[in-house]
Design a protein around this ligand. Sequence first.
Ligand code: ADP
Ligand code: 5GP
Length: 189
Amino acid sequence: MGKLIIFSAPSGAGKSTLVQHVLKQPGFNLAFSISATSRPPRGQEVDGREYYFLSADEFRDKIARGEFLEYEEVYAGCFYGTLRSEVERIWAAGQNVIFDVDVKGGLNIKRQYGDQALAIFIAPPSLEVLERRLRGRATDSPEKIAERIGKAEYEMAFAPRFDHTIVNDRLEDAQREVAELIRQFLLNG
Ligand code: ADP
Ligand code: 5GP
């Protein structure tokens, strides 16, 4: 069985940016766990690449059939979840799994897999910077941005329950720190 690397953070902290960086590192042998979501595609997102985009009914059916390792209603009416089949697919290919999930989902996966999993919390330098990044990304409406900022403070309170917290201030520093944590974990953990 492979290992699991979990990234959680308030939206806009830079999780996706850091996950993309880590996926490029040679030798880590990581594959991204594509989550299912009931929210519509955003920007250039493609079904089966960033997410499996499901209708609310399809999502509910999969919940009822026990197909999710974990799922959460991350924002009102928007469900996100990790399919058991994703982890099985990646392990069957002999790779380690990397997750980009919300704070509760991240801790849920950590609880199920213990020392086989490394749970990393990505923190923004401040809520002001977080808001600036969300506006700069320009993928969400002002209402969605306000909802995400509103939730960020609550999400920050989960940081101490993760194995490590990395503050994503200067991107190159954060990239180096996460790569080093993962390197150590894959070698020794
Ligand atoms: P998340 O996946 O956590 O929602 P993203 O990775 O999409 O966040 O990052 C949010 C925005 O902030 C993006 O536009 C990204 O390019 C930018 N960003 C990420 N890390 C940094 C950083 N260290 N400094 C400045 N901008 C950053
Ligand atoms: P976004 O809409 O910005 O892509 O994601 C919103 C939030 O949902 C992020 O915090 C992201 O990490 C989280 N998320 C994405 N996939 C999953 C998942 O499978 N499970 C859980 N619990 N959260 C997820």
